[in-house]
Design a protein around this ligand. Structure first.
Ligand code: PXG
Length: 289
């Protein structure tokens, strides 16, 4: 595998980052997870835009233009002959001292890994995911703002540990006010009749790109879409609940906190959206050539 670091494509064994990199020492950096479908990079510009917003939010200057980052992603996919896969795009603060001061880090590291993807087991897309609500809260927006896709994912990791310890693979995180924010690595939607509801970003949701695509697709299929505050009541009483994310795509939730949602398996709206999403991945994207 060839790994991109700062303009060079290196063999995996030579792709190395310093132990003094603040990405490692402090989780100081930003990242994106991007899919490749049928030789095309899916929603590449949206991912690059979000990467730059995340970087701006942590006062990290990416030493490349958006165009050059996008080109580097395509170049890395091409070098690895990735036709369908997953790209991890990372920008770290770079090498600094053992102190926190980010301004002493002079050279951000741009890293691109193009590899395969570990989805949820296929049968779960039919059966539905079981999830739990967890005690680990989504960060307050004036702590690490959840809109920033930073390398500091410990909060999400703690939530994931709670889910795994409860015997399930994903969880719902609430925000400090007790409203539903999102899952540990996915956004969440509730279906009520012909209405789809997802928490607004101020409730602690990442501006998920799959979320955005679903919100754009849904009206074309005759559904209304609303961003609104949700509580656990809304989850337990929903017709359907589904999660969205680059890795998960669209996956129906069958059970939350051991309570069946709707009929206890993915419903017709979720299936219809998932089918439409799959079609969309075939016809859109930045070609790898
Ligand atoms: N919320 C959070 C907290 C995320 O990390 C999403 C929502 C979905 O956003 P997109 O843009 O992908 O639709 C994410 C992104 C994993 C993994 O291994 C998942 C993400 C990031 C890193 C790893 O499950 N999801």
């Amino acid at each position: 595998m060839k790994i991109y670091i700062n303009g060079k494509l290196l063999d995996e064994k030579n792709a190395k980052i310093s132990v003094f990199d603040h990405g490692l020492l402090y989780g100081d950096g930003v990242f994106e997870g991007i899919r490749v479908y049928h030789n095309k990079v899916f929603t590449l510009d949206r991912h690059v835009d979000r990467l730059f917003r995340s970087a701006r939010a942590i006062a990290l200057e990416i030493p490349m233009s958006k165009e050059d980052i996008a080109k580097a992603v395509v170049r890395t996919c091409k070098a690895n002959k990735v036709e369908n896969g997953y790209v991890r795009l990372v920008v770290t603060r770079g090498v600094g001292t053992l102190g926190l001061n980010p301004y002493l880090c002079k050279e951000p590291q741009v890293i691109i890994i193009a590899a395969g993807i570990q989805l949820y087991p296929v049968e779960l897309y039919k059966k539905g995911l079981s999830i739990v609500t967890v005690g680990t809260m989504r960060n307050h927006p004036e702590a690490i703002n959840p809109r920033i896709k930073s390398l500091n994912y410990l909060n999400n990791v703690l939530a994931k540990i709670e889910a795994l310890n409860a015997g399930v693979m994903e969880c719902v995180m609430l925000n400090p006010q007790g409203y539903v924010a999102e899952a540990s690595g996915d956004n969440i939607f509730v279906v009520r009749g012909d209405l789809l509801v997802t928490p607004p970003v101020w409730c602690g949701a990442l501006e998920g790109i799959t979320r955005e695509v679903v919100m754009e697709m849904a009206p074309e299929l005759g559904y209304r879409v609303k961003e609104d505050v949700l509580t656990r009541y809304d989850l337990y009483t929903a017709d359907e609940v589904f999660l969205t994310g680059t890795a998960a795509e669209i996956i129906g939730v069958g059970v939350i906190d051991k309570r069946p949602i709707g009929k206890g398996k993915p419903g017709p709206v979720t299936s219809q959206l998932a089918d439409r999403f799959k079609e969309y991945t075939k016809v859109t994207g930045t070609p790898i050539k």
